[in-house]
Design a protein around this ligand. Structure first.
Ligand SMILES: C[S@@+](CC[C@H](N)C(=O)[O-])C[C@H]1O[C@@H](n2cnc3c(N)ncnc32)[C@H](O)[C@@H]1O
Length: 220
């Protein structure tokens, strides 16, 4: 982590008022759209959206899920997310404080999403975060192996498909610490997930979809 959690939180809270207006790049929109499409919750699923910011992904998924829980470390971003939910009369979303490695959420989550946020952590911290998500209550049958772990995790983020072009970084090297796609895929595999799809949006932006591996194969 190049900045502390408190520094990231303060930085995003200060920019929360303009955040949505600034997210107009083709790559951001494509990435967010893919995260929503790949998450594909069913009507009984709870979705946990981490690094939820002003709720772009959480609010987009609310109509398809039973419940959406958004977690972030920035009070300013969370306040905007709550305001947007109220303006849109969306009642099945809940936003609150939570960090990637301590989401402060003890309920079930069948689907976990995160968009454009995990790159704030160093690679070892990303590994810990993915391990934490994999250990959440996936809402399966209590006492059986399928109760452990969300069914699907969808990670959209800055990630390197090759050597990043130093002339055109899609990130701020002073605050961001993106991983290679290979490193992230390894983290998912080590956490007990099969990576079923990698969408390349840009040399430095992609979406990884991972499904929980259960004995006898992938869960359908
Ligand atoms: C670029 S914004 C992305 C917000 C949203 N997911 C989107 O797609 O628009 C990154 C968000 O990650 C949050 N964040 C940074 N570090 C975090 C951490 N360690 N745990 C949880 N959220 C974090 C920031 O507060 C910010 O709201």
């Amino acid at each position: 982590m190049k900045k502390t959690i408190a520094e990231h939180a303060a930085r995003f809270s200060a920019a929360a008022g303009e955040y949505d207006d600034d997210q107009n790049s083709e790559e951001y929109e494509a990435c967010a759209g893919l995260v929503v499409r790949r998450a594909a919750p069913n009507g009984t699923d709870t979705v946990l959206d981490l690094g939820t910011g002003t709720g772009a992904i959480a609010l987009a998924l609310a109509g398809d899920a039973e419940r959406v829980v958004g977690r972030d470390v920035s009070d300013g971003m969370l306040e905007r997310a709550r305001g947007k939910a109220a303006d849109a009369d969306i009642e099945n979303v809940e936003f609150g404080y939570g960090e990637f490695r301590e989401p402060e959420y003890g309920g079930e989550a069948q689907v976990v999403t995160s968009n454009f946020a995990l790159h704030h952590l160093a690679d070892g911290e990303k590994r810990e975060a993915i391990g934490t998500w994999a250990a959440l209550d996936g809402g399966g049958t209590p006492g059986r192996s399928d109760s452990v772990g969300p069914r699907r995790i969808v990670l959209g983020d800055v990630m390197f498909f090759g050597e990043p072009d130093p002339e055109e970084p899609f990130y701020s090297p002073e605050v961001d610490d993106p991983a290679t796609v290979g490193t992230l895929v390894d983290h998912f595999t080590d956490a007990g997930y099969a990576v079923t799809q990698v969408d390349r949006v840009h040399d430095q932006v992609g979406v990884i979809t991972a499904e929980r591996v259960v004995s006898g194969g992938r869960e359908s």
